[in-house]
Design a protein around this ligand. Sequence first.
Ligand SMILES: Nc1ncnc2c1ncn2[C@@H]1O[C@H](COP(=O)(O)OP(=O)(O)O)[C@@H](O)[C@H]1O
Ligand SMILES: [Mg+2]
Length: 507
Amino acid sequence: MDYVIEMLNIVKEFPGIRANDDITLQLKRGEIHALLGENGAGKSTLMSVLFGLYQPDSGCIKKDGKAVSINNPNDANALGIGMVHQHFKLVHNFTVLENIILGVETVQGGVLRMDEARRKVVELSEKYHLKVDPDAKIEDITVGMQQRVEILKMLYRDNEVLIFDEPTAVLTPQEIDELMKIMRGLTEEGKSILFITHKLNEIMAVADRCSVLRKGRYIGTVDVASTTKEEMSEMMVGRKVSFAVEKSESHPGADALIVRNLTVRSAHQAKPAVSDVSFTVRKGEILCIAGIDGNGQSELVHALSGLTAPEKGQIFMNGEEITRLSIRRRNDKGLSHIPEDRHRHGLVLDYSLAENMILKNYHKPGFQKFGFLDFRRMREWTDDLIGRFDIRSGQGAKTITRSMSGGNQQKAIVAREITINPDVLIAVQPTRGLDVGAIEYIHQQLVAARDAGKAVLLVSLELDEVMNLSDRILVMFEGQIVADVRPDEITVQELGLYMAGSKRRNA
Ligand SMILES: Nc1ncnc2c1ncn2[C@@H]1O[C@H](COP(=O)(O)OP(=O)(O)O)[C@@H](O)[C@H]1O
Ligand SMILES: [Mg+2]
């Protein structure tokens, strides 16, 4: 068999956890090989071993059938192995072109050959349909374009084995389609791809084979064409998973959150990000704001949570105006928020898991004794959440959250925000980057919060999530609400049309 890469019996340990426990992975030349596993299953660790970021404790890597040692990313590069990381590693105040050639600049007679580099980059970007502006600064371009820069970086180095670590987690549906096409184009040119994703639809659409990891162990490899999504998710989670959300008819009660004529403008923008938006979320319902990323959802949520002040309009919670209250005051009045950017607004990454879990209620009775934090109570509280939400980490309550995998960081935030027992819960993409088992649990928790009489405002980019979970849907387009519909009266296709702005139905 023609394997370009073989990772044989790889073991990698971190303090308190065996992240890779005897994993074998064989990549055929020219295939797209998906790597599937729950959050924390060990996928990124395995790929980091292949890319030379970690040394395995045991096991062997072969390239073209010959054992190789990969001590650092330069070794990987020399072997033609490139990686697009889960969190991009670009230099923000450099241009696209500068980032692509960083570290492999061609120098002739002491002069940097920029023109030649530019020619090669333009050529590659045309050949693979990777649209970029070579002179734009990284800080000014979209996440989708940043990712194309990362891909061009690999191609510029003539890499033939391409590792994509959850590339679609940060992309819009349109960008995801685009990336799938690019990946297929790359394999037609003879490249081999390792593709990490949680989305079974993406695996079905693009992958030839799929290897499954569970809790650091290798479970098996299947041919995608002859396997179902249900079979793959069962391999991944170890039990059957339900894709449909079980919920009964909603029984909405009193108005909990009222938004009236809200307009939000960012400092340097001429057009408001949110323009004269009004809606009401009632107790006992899940109201979903659907829309393509960047249509004002983030700015709306920032104004609701108190991160920014709106230019015009009012926000009421339980009959009381909160438009100008601080974040803390809003929290104390019963507002909780699962934020979009979990690194910036969700966790203090250098704090322990326990400290993060009480971030919003440490000043309340129960967590303090004689004015000091009650550490035993904190640990018990955290251990309970770890168990209920299946939050995986090396060292339990005392794990520093920075070392946790992205999905488990996400689960920790969701656990904290749901369990502070809010009146109004704003959940922004609560399941982004999570595996199907975790998504199922979080959906159940949101429905349970609704059934307990909470008002839930869900902001989601995932059509399936919107259709499955919401009782009512508002579609945002260019800062305005363009549709107010119920999921049972429209199709996914129709919802897509509203999201794209080609159809309107006003509230
Ligand atoms: N640098 C590290 N230090 C300590 N623990 C780590 C480190 N990297 C990963 N881990 C742990 O190893 C396990 C596997 O993580 P990871 O490979 O990131 O999972 P995945 O990519 O499948 O979500 C997780 O429990 C994670 O907390
Ligand atoms: Mg990962």
